[in-house]
Write a protein that binds this ligand. Sequence first.
Ligand code: FAD
Length: 392
Amino acid sequence: MKPDLFEAPDYYNLDDLLTEEHKLIRDTARAWVKRDVSPIIEDAAQKAEFPKSIIPGLAEIGAFGPYIPEEYGGAGLDQISYGLIMQEIERGDSGVRSTASVQSSLVMYPIWKYGSEEQRKKFLPKLASGEFMGSFGLTEPDHGSNPGGMVTNFKDKGDHYLLNGAKLWISNSPFCDVAVVWAKNEEGRIHGLIVERGMEGFSTPETHNKWSLRASATGELIFQDVKVPKENLLPNKSGLGAPLGCLDSARFGIAWGAIGAAMDCYDTALRYAKERIQFGKPIAAFQLQQKKLAEMITEITKAQLLALRLGQLKNEDRATSAQISMAKRNNVDMAIKIAREARQILGGMGITGEYSIMRHMMNLESVITYEGTHDIHLLITGLDITGENAFK
Ligand SMILES: Cc1cc2nc3c(=O)[nH]c(=O)nc-3n(C[C@H](O)[C@H](O)[C@H](O)COP(=O)(O)OP(=O)(O)OC[C@H]3O[C@@H](n4cnc5c(N)ncnc54)[C@H](O)[C@@H]3O)c2cc1C
């Protein structure tokens, strides 16, 4: 793969709106991605392996629990810092960002928000340091966009719960130490349970042959009469709103992360267009290529503004789920379109692993589907503005 020459676009001087701390956090993550992710990521994606060697680095830049309080091992940062870290990681690879998102927003967040003090103390510091890796089990083979229909269930057996069912498409599952699993009790109410590797009847087979997020491990979570200790039930929130609260946090991170992937594609295409000579001049001098590049930087700038404002709202605890949906949908769509256009600017070189664009493009096919599909987020906006539910 080519050396990482990335220079971040900031067309509207948005750095002026960041604090010195934001910039330091962002630049630290950016430097780490250049040094430790870019040189190995293409190979990892080609081999379809999650590069476990980067786990300590992810912990060091604060990617595991950026906003989780320091007393639990988190970085205690604000939401804009969290967004900036996700942006930089996804600039490297969406699969690596997925691992960090799951660990932070889908595993640490529910333990912090819905867990007991004992659960927080037992799990959060180890998740923050990367000693433990986590996964989040919501999606099932027959329940994707409609998770409320889940059939995974647990029964009260006096001194423990008996868990049965299966989850599909679970990031980090093949190597997770703990899984936050959503299941229905005997009354049909959804609860979160912390399932630990080694519990009898719990297995995590890997899903192979993905053309997308190849550097992120995806798999199943299978529960066959798993005895889960009662102290592993998350006590402080139940119902579908509990997992959806986690998804709000993860989708916020994706809205920022997708900007990173788009910035990398734009920056690569711009550099290539200035250097590639055809018909005696750089292809950047042709109007058709300029149109592509000009539209890319316009869309990136709009997405940056959307994410930054959402970060401000989130810092004030005022961001609604529907606002987060809009940003996730818009920014991932923006990124995937930019990846497709950028790929064309590189001509035949664009399809090789010499450049990051094709990998970003394929990764974004998952990002546009997971954490609520592109269509589902549109319906969320539709419901929010009309009051009419078009889901069913
Ligand atoms: C790589 C990867 C990693 C993932 N990681 C995780 C994870 O860690 N944990 C987890 O729990 N899940 C995870 N997922 C699952 C992901 O969230 C689901 O794939 C997603 O929610 C969509 O569900 P589905 O694939 O079953 O599609 P479906 O729900 O079957 O949807 C298929 C199509 O129908 C459309 N559709 C569905 N309902 C409606 C409707 N009411 N109106 C209009 N159109 C509709 C959808 O928009 C979509 O286009 C992951 C998925 C992928 C691909």
